[in-house]
Design a protein around this ligand. Structure first.
Ligand code: KG4
Ligand code: ZN
Length: 341
């Protein structure tokens, strides 16, 4: 089965070609530079950029895979959740192409795709579902923080989410407070490598709670007060102190993931989404799993952030399992809850 997948839910335009679970190409055009000056994603600009990039990305991915549009058997696209008009661009482009080629189309849930990206093996880039085991999956991005119990492939239950800011949003807002450029997460991560994570004691919100929900807005406020009281932190040279901020965010993410695994008897934790590129988060999750004899699975950073390969891999898997195709007039679902699947 030769499948073309598109992803346009936020600020990455991406197209991938998948043949029977193997990724032949995965082209990602990031708009980070475009939105940098505004300190966050501007939806109208994102849409305009998707419209500009979609056709070249698709062409590029087909060429890299060495296939023609006529060779395609099916087209998949992210149907939700995401920015409404950004979703609309990729969705309607993919439906139009499927209509013209007279081939079926399938809409994919962005977060459900994130759940399986840690199971992609490198060289060749391929879904390693034969290695799958029940796991607790942490999805952490700029817009979402979710803890999901994945009992088997295509069977999951959302057990926690954020009650306010997402983890990536927290990284970005705190980075902005201390004068770092957007997106702050990667910059803060880089600077934190030289800092002392125990230098300042920031709150670990909801860590001791019995449930699996998260809250990050209080931490952001606590850093704001701290910056006001301790102005040297806002001096770029002192930015390494953000190691303490990073430690607070990571302790909560790791603590909750471990507690969920223990309580639900899972022996594997997976992580995906932009924040799962964070070096401390990866190291702490790996250590926690190693100490308990569990497995830790995380994709290469390029597959942690938004990409069409994960959309295509899930679409392929769903079709293999007899899931139905979507209709060509299906609309985007900007706030499609993962628990509804
Ligand atoms: O998944 P993603 O590319 O896009 C969506 O939000 O959907 O995630 C972007 C988020 C941003 O908030 C960015 O600051 C954060 O992921 N991020 C990181 C790191 N790399 C990306 N946060 C902490 N450490 C990193 N190394
Ligand atoms: Zn995402």
């Amino acid at each position: 089965m030769l499948l073309l997948a598109l992803e346009t839910s936020c600020d990455e335009t991406s197209a991938a070609v998948i043949r029977d679970g193997t990724v032949l190409s995965n082209v990602v055009s990031s708009q980070t530079r475009l939105h940098e000056v505004y300190g966050g994603v501007v939806p109208e600009l994102a849409v305009r950029e998707h419209l500009r990039n979609l056709q070249p990305c698709v062409q590029h991915s087909l060429t890299e895979a060495g296939v023609l549009t006529e060779d395609l058997d099916v087209i998949a696209a992210t149907q939700g959740p995401g920015l409404p008009n950004a979703l609309l661009t990729g969705l309607k482009f993919s439906q139009g192409l499927a209509f013209a080629l007279e081939i079926p189309w399938i809409g994919i849930h962005h977060h459900e795709a994130h759940l399986y990206s840690p199971w992609v093996r490198n060289q060749p880039l391929q879904a390693a579902f034969d290695e799958f085991q029940p796991n607790i999956s942490l999805i952490v991005s700029g817009g979402h923080t979710l803890l999901v119990d994945v009992e088997q492939i295509l069977k999951h239950r959302v057990i926690g989410g954020t009650v306010d800011d997402a983890a990536g949003e927290c990284f970005d807002k705190i980075a902005k407070l201390i004068g770092l450029p957007y997106p702050g997460g990667p910059v803060l991560d880089q600077l934190a490598r030289e800092g002392d994570p125990h230098r300042f004691d920031f709150p670990r919100p909801m860590l001791r709670d019995s449930g699996f929900d998260f809250s990050f807005s209080g931490l952001k406020t606590s850093v704001r007060y701290f910056v006001e009281k301790t102005p040297e932190v806002s001096v770029p040279g002192q930015a390494r102190n953000c190691a303490s901020v990073q430690a607070a965010i990571c302790d909560v993410l790791v603590g909750k993931s471990v507690k969920a695994s223990e309580r639900l008897g899972r022996r594997c934790i997976t992580a995906s989404g932009g924040v799962s590129c964070n070096s401390r988060l990866r190291a702490l999750l790996k250590k926690a799993c190693l100490e308990r004899g569990w497995e830790f699975k995380v994709a290469d950073p390029a597959l942690c952030t938004d990409n069409a390969a994960m959309i295509g891999i899930l679409a392929w898997r769903k079709l293999q399992h007899g899931h139905c195709f979507g209709t060509l007039d299906a609309d985007p679902l900007p706030s499609w809850p993962l628990q509804n699947l």
